[in-house]
Design a protein around this ligand. Structure first.
Ligand SMILES: [Zn+2]
Length: 113
């Protein structure tokens, strides 16, 4: 069984463009996310600020995780492994990839994003 996924050239281009623009968006987001916001916090500020900061950390972590996934997907795209489910090794439907281009699994294998 040939496990190398082949896409029509047009789909491949769209997915690559999607990955590249998403990577750019995340890069901008990470640059914009002010490290300063946390250090400007004063002791007099309410618990809300701490909660907000915690939320920001979660967002940061998720952003980095997604960024890594995008970079990984681009690498897989280059090596021809892209679009194959890591769980069942079947092709991931194009319809799923275009909404979640960093997906490593088909819907059945998850995990949910
Ligand atoms: Zn699968």
């Amino acid at each position: 069984m040939n496990r190398t996924r082949t896409f029509p050239r047009q789909q491949l281009r769209e997915l690559e463009a999607e990955l590249l623009s998403e990577r750019r968006r995340l890069e901008r987001f990470m640059e914009a996310e002010p490290e300063a916001a946390a250090s400007e916090r004063t002791e007099s500020e309410s618990i809300d600020a701490m909660v907000a900061s915690g939320v920001s950390d979660v967002v940061q972590t998720r952003t980095h995780a997604r960024y890594d996934a995008i970079v990984n997907a681009l690498r897989r795209l280059a090596t021809g492994e892209y679009g194959t489910c890591l769980g069942c090794e079947r092709p991931i439907p194009y319809g799923r990839l275009i909404v979640m281009p960093e997906a490593l699994h088909c819907v059945a294998c998850g995990p949910r994003a």
